[in-house]
Design a protein around this ligand. Structure first.
Ligand SMILES: NC(=O)c1ccc[n+]([C@@H]2O[C@H](COP(=O)([O-])OP(=O)(O)OC[C@H]3O[C@@H](n4cnc5c(N)ncnc54)[C@H](O)[C@@H]3O)[C@@H](O)[C@H]2O)c1
Ligand SMILES: [Zn+2]
Length: 357
């Protein structure tokens, strides 16, 4: 298999994901006709030269990548600006940025004129290795994150590792968190592979690209089987029940992929307590996971807010928590667990021993 291209089968047809150096700089000479660009304002500034044709096309909306800007109440403004720039039926929306720009563009593509095509140049590691495939758009409403959404696959995705050079180390680790997650889900052998290269991924862009590719390859298997998230795709939320609760309790002071790294470590700790996961597997993962969240374990997590966040998870049923825990074989399964004193104690002890509090 070529490591420079993937094809994803979707309910709306197959789309191609290209991975290569130079895909981003090709934007310098792109034919802009029929396109409407939506670009991360920070990326526009950092790559002003390469994007000069795009920025001067007259059909380029700059948006700052903040959670507020993917809130429903900002959409009137986004749409009015697009209309003023002359967006019309038949145009292709081109997203250039990370997950925030992706979510905004994907949601607009799903709804404007009852549907527009969209393509994507992901510029964060998280978007390149994880969110760019899978078709989901997620929009915030009021204080509720990712409440509105659609399944709207892109037409094509262009991944260029050279744009990651300007990302800060925290954003890199956030992306690595999701990459570690997907390899854990793939099984202990897959995790050992990425774990052994953890340090090298930070130094060598071709090693990093190799694992971006394997992350997408693994995710592809899940989304092609269950694009609409009604069964097997659920396990991609491993680490996310605890991770989201940590994000919410800290007012999003911890970037998503790093909170997920803490969330996986915590899920493993709970699985260890329940006698589901062996000490050996737990420790093996713990040593890599802690490298990835290093520093952030000191962020205070108010425990009552953490518990109330955990109780609001979408996977919960009436009285039980929906958690994804690894079994003895290191394979994750979705299960319902009572929110009993043993579980609460395990969470308390995790925070105490990991000095998160
Ligand atoms: N739809 C999905 O499937 C899906 C999946 C995961 C996450 N998400 C969403 O994605 C968002 C997080 O996305 P993200 O982690 O990609 O972050 P982001 O889009 O918020 O970007 C993070 C920061 O990096 C900056 N940035 C982007 N590219 C850069 C570059 N090349 N160089 C320097 N700075 C750059 C941005 O301006 C921003 O400040 C969340 O809102 C999350 O809910 C969506
Ligand atoms: Zn995630």
């Amino acid at each position: 298999v070529s490591k420079s291209q993937l094809e994803i089968r979707s309910f709306k047809g197959t789309y191609r994901v290209k991975l290569d150096q130079g895909l981003f700089s090709a934007l310098a000479s792109q034919d802009v006709s029929g396109k409407q660009y939506i670009v991360d304002a920070k990326v526009a500034k950092l790559y002003e030269k390469v994007l000069s044709k795009v920025l001067k096309s007259g059909k380029c909306l700059l948006i700052e990548a903040t959670e507020e800007n993917k809130n429903l109440d900002q959409f009137t403004s986004h749409i009015e600006k697009l209309v003023a720039q002359g967006v019309r039926r038949g145009n292709t929306l081109v997203a250039i940025g990370g997950g925030v720009i992706q979510d905004i563009t994907c949601f607009l593509a799903a709804t404007m004129f009852r549907g527009l095509d969209w393509t994507f140049y992901p510029t964060t590691l998280l978007a390149q290795a994880d969110s760019c495939i899978g078709s989901k758009s997620s929009i915030n409403v009021g204080a509720i994150k990712n409440l509105l959404g659609t399944f709207t696959p892109p037409k094509e995705v262009f991944i260029d590792p050279s744009v990651l050079k300007t990302l800060g180390p925290t954003e890199i680790r956030s992306g690595l968190g999701e990459m570690l997650k997907i390899h854990i889900i793939d099984g202990p052998a897959s995790f050992s592979k990425i774990s052994a290269q953890y340090g090298k991924m930070l130094e060598d862009s071709s090693t990093l690209l190799e694992f971006v590719f394997s992350s997408l390859e693994i995710k592809k298997r899940f989304i092609e089987q269950d694009e609409l998230d009604q069964g097997i795709r659920n396990v991609l939320n491993y680490g996310h029940s605890f991770g989201h609760a940590i994000e919410a309790a800290t007012d999003f002071a911890i970037p998503h992929g790093i909170a997920v790294t803490l969330g996986m470590d915590m899920a493993n700790f709970v699985a260890l307590r329940k006698g589901r996961l062996s000490e050996t597997l737990y420790q093996g993962m713990h040593s890599t996971l802690r490298k990835n969240y290093a520093g952030f374990e000191k962020t205070p997590v108010p425990f009552d807010r953490f518990l109330s966040g955990l109780s609001k998870d979408k996977k919960n049923r009436d009285a039980t928590l929906g958690l994804i825990l690894l079994g003895e074989d290191g394979v994750p399964t979705v299960g319902q667990y009572p929110k009993d004193s043993a579980l609460i104690q395990a969470c308390t002890d995790y925070f105490a021993t990991q000095t998160v509090n």
